[in-house]
Design a protein around this ligand. Structure first.
Ligand SMILES: [Zn+2]
Ligand SMILES: [Zn+2]
Length: 102
């Protein structure tokens, strides 16, 4: 988790909006559990953003972007096992390799 004020006021203090606080019989704070993400900047009152979650979502989106996967093929000319992207030629001997995906 890395909270940042959405107004970027520079405050380093935030309040969780949805949290359950555990306490003992005298009401002394024991611990808490965030039930839903939602935070406020204590300095200016603007919503705060959890940059940790944003980064994780960006990672997930990047992973969803289907990057071309290198394929391991055996070049029929130089008989070398090479890893190429679809459409590339053999890095060893330069032969055009017809690689079909799937
Ligand atoms: Zn703020
Ligand atoms: Zn080759």
């Amino acid at each position: 988790m890395w909270l940042m004020c959405s107004r970027r006021c520079g405050s380093g203090l935030f309040r969780a909006l949805f949290a359950e606080v555990e306490m003992d019989a005298q009401g002394a704070y024991l611990g808490h559990r965030i039930t839903e993400p939602g935070y406020l900047c204590l300095n200016c009152g603007a919503p705060a953003v959890d940059l940790g979650v944003v980064a994780a979502e960006m990672d997930a989106e990047a992973a969803a972007d289907v990057a071309p996967q290198p394929l391991e093929v055996l070049c029929p000319i130089c008989e070398t096992r090479v890893e190429i992207l679809p459409g590339e030629s053999c890095p060893n001997c330069g032969t055009d390799l017809e690689v079909s995906i799937g």
